[in-house]
Every structure is written in C-alpha cells, then in structure tokens.
Design a protein around this ligand. Structure first.
Ligand SMILES: [Zn+2]
Ligand SMILES: [Zn+2]
Length: 407
C-alpha cells in the first residue's frame, strides 16, 4: 500500500497494482510519498520509441530504454518493430515482453511489423502477433510504399481493432535527403525532403482508412499540410489519430546551419510556419498525442558527417521539460497528449487515467524544478539530443509503475 500525500489534485492511495482512492485519504501503515508542491498525473505514455533490442543492443536495450523512460516520467512505452532483428512474428513479440519483464521498470508494449522483415512486400502475421501481445503494427523506420499492402494492413487492423501506425514519407521524393527542403537547404547545399513527401502519404493513408474502416495513426507530424489533412479527415469521421514529437513542436531547420548531426532526424525539422501549425494542432486536439520517437544510436554513428550519420535523436529524458516550455498548449492538454490520448490510441483501457480502479501507473511532476539538459547523465545509451544544454523548467521527480516506486 502506497499513499501519495499532499499533491495536486489530492492524495492518491495505491493498493496492489491499482489506484484505490483519490481525494483526502488517511491510510495507516501505508508507505508514504510526500507530494507537497508536486503535480500527480497519470503515468506518462510514449507510444513511439525505438529500444533497438534484439539486434542493436549497442544502441539501446529494453532495460536501458525502460530506465530512460522512468527517468523521464514515462511509465509505459510502445517500441517499434525495426530493432536489429525485426519484430515481425509472435516469437519477436514474446521476446520483447520477456525482456521488459526482466527489466521490471516501465511497461513496454511491442508494436509488430506490418510487413515480413519490414520489406514492404508481404504482410506479417498480424493476428498471431496480436494474440502474443502486440498493441499495434508499424513498419516505422521506413514508409509502406505499396498502397495495396497498406490497404490490406488496414483491413486487418479493423478486424483486430489495433491501429496501423504510419511513418508518412513518399520515399521517391526523399532519396538522399538530409534536411527540410527550403531556402535553408538551398543555402547550405544539402539535399532536402519536401513537406509534400509527408503530406501526400498522409493523404493516401487517410483515404485508405476511409476505404477500409481501419484504424490509422500518423507518426511524427512535421508539415503544416499534414495537420490540415488530419483536421479534415477527423471532420469527415475517418478513424485517424496523430502524434507530434517535442522536437517538431519546438525547433526549426535553422538549427541545421552548423551542420550538426544532433539535428538530423526523419522527418526533418521544418520551418517556423510548420512548427506553429503543429503546435496549433496539438493545442486544438487535431494532433492527439505527443510522442518522442526516441531513436538512440551509438556515439560513433552519430559523429559521422551530416550526410552520412543516421536519422534519429533520443527523447525520453527531455520530452516533459521541453513540452512544458510550449506556452501555446495548455498544461491540461499537454498531460492529456502524454497520457489519456496515447492510452486510447493503443487501447490500454486501464491506463492514462488517475482514477480509482485504474492501473497504479503514476508520475509526480515538480513544475518548478529548473534543470539543464546534460546528455552525459542520460540513462539511455543514446547521447544525441537536439536539446543539449537547454535550460528547462518542470521535471518528473517520482514514478510509480504498477504500484511500485521505480524512481
Ligand atoms: Zn518514423
Ligand atoms: Zn520512429
């Protein structure tokens, strides 16, 4: 029994793995966590991370990723299928779940591949993976260029009631691209990836979702045109949800002027007009969730020159502080985008809520804690962050997962 006492919105009593009471609670014999001056919120959920195991444990393991998650206030993460050995079978799903149980930190939910070997040719065994515990399906890391394959995946998603998570990129428009296509890429002499490569694919996927009745979730929305597509699709009643990352909500392609690899990710950082549109999309709920796209690489890989280094940055340990700095999004919406919204998208019915009867996944936030991002202190094996040295206010200070204090 744990009593979280004196926080906002009230005391929270945890019995077993469940929240049993909220409000003014007196419980004799309970372990007490002092939450005076702290905000008590449902455990944060990141529906988009890359934990790299099995196959690229030099970049991250399920254990190091789960440790980074709780350090950042996340009690649950959904890990993409593009680990060194793709998660495209029931065995792969079972492996991730077993490693997560051993790590015994954040909950780790496996996302199965849409296609066998992530090759974009043949559908993977989605039904068997769903039975084994996959919460969603995605070939993230690369787009599904074959529209017919995407159509069939969405048909299955409707039957399985699990979303297809789409990395929207028309790869024929982005070959060799290093950054956003625009005036800055032209000045720097770097090959660009246009907004249209994302928006065109988002539009295709939205119409395929309409055609099939399947559940579609769009990842890392970065282009203003994509925000418009999602807004219109929702008005039309199409079953689409979307996410944005902390970096696309705060940084622009101006960051690339120093040719630094810590600003290279896919999709790339866009213009101020795009950032403003994505922020507005999160603020008005068009974009349901905030997700990190935590994508660790080894230091050696990221140290290569910009054109050669891999896409991706880490995000679990900076996300909360970064998004709390966005004044255009109300605090309640930020928390919803990090809790209830991802729980709804992934179908995690007893998570994302601070209510009696819900799972005891709880995050305690100190909204006044001032701190500076220092990647050398990360629990993640990845060190490449676009937020290095940034001064932030607001931080998760305690995390309870399944009724157990984890940090
Ligand atoms: Zn992606
Ligand atoms: Zn990703």
């Amino acid at each position: 029994m744990i009593l979280i006492k004196g926080g906002k919105p009230g005391d929270v009593l945890v019995e077993g793995g469940t929240i049993s009471k909220i409000g003014k609670v007196a419980a004799r014999g309970a372990e007490t966590l002092d939450a005076k001056g702290l905000l008590v919120v449902p455990g944060l959920i990141d529906l988009h991370v890359h934990l790299r195991e099995p196959g690229r444990e030099d970049k991250e393991t399920i254990a190091s990723g789960a440790a980074a998650a709780v350090a950042g206030g996340f009690t649950s993460v959904a890990t993409m299928a593009n680990s060194g050995i793709p998660c495209d079978s029931a065995v792969g799903v079972t492996y991730v779940l077993a490693r997560a149980r051993e790590a015994n930190l954040a909950n780790v939910f496996p996302v199965g591949a849409v296609s066998k070997g992530l090759k974009g040719e043949e559908l993977a065994e989605m039904g068997k993976m769903a039975d084994a515990g996959a919460v969603a399906f995605s070939d993230d890391g690369q787009p599904i260029m074959n529209a017919e394959l995407m159509r069939r995946a969405l048909e299955y998603s409707r039957m399985l009631e699990k979303p297809i998570i789409s990395h929207c990129e028309d790869a024929t428009l982005t070959r060799g691209a290093v950054m956003n296509e625009g005036p800055i890429s032209a000045q720097l002499g770097l090959r660009g990836w246009p907004n249209a490569a994302e928006a065109a694919m988002a539009a295709r996927d939205v119409y395929l979702a309409a055609l099939t009745g399947g559940r579609l979730h769009l990842q890392h929305v970065s282009a203003r045109e994509t925000v418009d597509i999602v807004r219109r699709a929702k008005k039309m009643g199409i079953r689409v949800t979307a996410e944005a990352t902390p970096h696309h909500l705060t940084l622009t392609d101006e960051c690339l002027r120093g040719y630094e690899s810590r600003y290279k990710m896919c999709p790339p950082l866009r213009t101020r007009a795009d950032v403003d549109a994505v922020v507005e999309g999160v603020a008005d709920g068009t974009i349901d969730a905030i997700a990190t796209d935590h994508a660790p690489h080894t230091v050696e890989e990221k140290e290569q020159e910009l054109a050669a280094c891999p896409n991706g940055v880490v995000g679990l340990e900076t996300a909360l502080g970064v998004v709390l700095s966005i004044k255009e999004i109300p605090f309640e919406r930020i928390i919803d985008a990090l809790t209830a919204a991802p729980a709804r998208i992934l179908g995690l019915k007893s998570k994302g809520r601070l209510e009696a009867g819900a799972d005891a996944d709880i995050t305690l936030i100190d909204p006044r804690a001032a701190w500076t991002v220092d990647s050398s202190a990360f629990r993640s094996r990845g060190r490449s962050t676009p937020f290095e040295g940034m001064k932030l206010v607001g931080r998760a200070v305690r995390v309870v997962v399944g009724g157990r204090v984890c940090s």
